[in-house]
Design a protein around this ligand. Structure first.
Ligand code: GDP
Ligand code: IMO
Ligand code: MG
Length: 423
């Protein structure tokens, strides 16, 4: 069974928790896109882990983890995560595999990402500064460096020299910054080579062999549908395909091998970074949602923007990802609210639309049309069966399911593994 788990909103839906929960019954957990911009939180027995590159299944000893060809790898970030896990007596030896075709994020990519975003001025995207867009740019410009290239010292030097010749022109002439000396970068990264070598393989072959043997594979998406480079709120998006299709190209698995797609959605909406967000709540209510949900970025610590659940987004996400199921998270965050709103449609100019607007301007002008539902105003943290949810909680779930067009099969009402119910 091959299952894809994706974010249906603007990231941070709780994918880390969901992957950790589902990984118990899987032999392989594989990341297919993004890089260290992701921050996936897993809480086990009260201990919190935040994964940026390592797949969120790593805490399950039976699970092997894969970073596919579609992922961009910052070796400094990856090795520091490996070291942190080692301190907790969790070993990745013989169970973490990285694609030789994945692209390398270097110090120069991170620096250029930060400089570029500053230079955008008012049009800044608010990137994570992790060198994601600049690494994918090099990949599509055919001047990127693959992890396999890095393993051979001469190839690395050759590719890096060409890459920096082009990038240094930008740094010096356009941005007026210091240039990067290839020797400096070689010196910085050479000690990391041998630590990575034994993990670098043809992950597409490895995965397809595993699938042929009947192993269960969980494909872990990073970011979310509306940060997808094609379907997101462009240009306020990340640089990869975070939607379900990205799992095929980012891992080398044919579409015929995919059995199900699970979408993760918060019971409300958040966004970190710039860009349109129709149901955003300014003022006290937004702040109180941020406090109740501890909505601060797991990678950058930035406060997340908060707002109501938006079923227009969800319907679009259900469509472009072909969702089979919805996993609703953070339901407990709404426990104290007397009234909960859900966007059912948008008003765009004179038109009322059930569809996600086509084009940036229409989206920026879209006004959400809300439906109000009564809150349950009780603590749901002790609930162990679906039938134990208060009536108002079940009505809320039924309504967002109806509006979203995908069945809710699981609900999370706390960060811990055990705070999860299957319908
Ligand atoms: P991801 O990027 O999609 O993995 O999500 P993040 O880890 O960035 O953000 C989700 C945050 O919500 C983390 O701090 C989780 O520990 C927390 N979380 C996940 N599920 C729940 C839940 O059901 N209730 C509460 N209160 N917190 C949750
Ligand atoms: P997870 O996997 C939330 C946002 C950034 C910025 C935009 C582009 O934890 O859900 P980038 O550094 O990717 O070029 O930034 O995308 N962003 C995320 N927002 N969760 C994430 O990952 C994100 N990864 C990137 O804030 O707006
Ligand atoms: Mg996150």
């Amino acid at each position: 069974m091959v299952t894809i788990v994706i974010g249906t909103q603007w990231g941070d839906e709780g994918k880390g928790k969901v992957i950790d929960y589902l990984a118990e019954n899987h032999q392989i957990v594989a990341r297919y896109q993004g890089g260290a911009n992701a921050g996936h939180t897993v809480v086990v027995n009260g201990k919190r882990y935040i994964f940026h590159l390592i797949p969120s299944g790593i805490l399950h000893p039976q699970a092997e983890c894969i970073l596919g060809n579609g992922v961009v790898i910052d070796p400094i970030s990856l090795l520091s995560e490996i070291d942190l896990l080692k301190k907790e007596n969790i070993s990745v030896t013989g169970r973490l595999w990285i694609s030789a075709n994945s692209h390398l994020t270097l110090t120069s990519h991170k620096m250029l990402d930060q400089v570029e975003d500053q230079y955008r001025g008012k049009g800044k995207l608010g990137t994570t500064g992790r060198g994601i867009g600049t690494t994918y740019t090099d990949k599509t410009s055919r001047i990127g460096i693959r992890l396999g290239d890095f393993l051979d010292a001469d190839t690395f030097r050759e590719k890096l020299t060409i890459n920096l010749q082009m990038k240094n022109y930008l740094f010096k002439e356009y941005y007026g910054k210091e240039i990067f000396q290839p020797e400096k970068i070689i010196e910085e990264y050479t000690p990391l080579r041998e630590r990575l070598r034994s993990m670098v393989i043809d992950t597409a072959k490895y995965l397809n062999d595993a699938i042929a043997k009947g192993k269960n594979v969980l494909c872990e998406g990073a970011q979310g549908t509306f940060l997808d480079i094609d379907f997101g709120t462009y240009p306020y998006v990340t640089a990869s395909n975070s939607t379900a299709g990205g799992a095929c190209t980012g891992l080398g698995i044919g579409p015929t091998k995919i059995d199900r797609v699970i979408g993760v959605a918060k019971a409300y909406t958040t966004r970190v970074g710039e860009g349109p967000f129709p149901t955003e709540l300014d003022g006290d209510l937004g702040e109180s949602l941020r406090d109740l949900g501890s909505e601060y970025g797991a990678t950058t610590g930035r406060p997340r923007r908060c707002g109501w659940f938006d079923s227009v987004l969800l319907r679009y996400a259900a469509m472009v990802n072909g969702l089979d199921a919805l996993f609703i998270t953070k339901l407990d965050v709404l426990d104290t609210l007397p009234v909960i709103k859900v966007a059912v449609a948008y008003q765009v100019g004179q038109e009322r639309s059930l569809d996600f607007p086509n084009g940036y301007r229409a989206l920026a002008e879209a006004q959400p049309i809300y439906e109000e539902l009564p809150g349950w105003q009780s603590d749901i943290s002790k609930v162990r069966k679906w039938s134990e949810f208060p009536d108002a909680t079940r009505k809320y779930l039924d309504r967002i399911e109806e509006l979203s067009g995908a069945p809710i099969t699981m609900v999370s009402f706390g960060p811990g593994r055990e705070q999860t119910i299957e319908k």
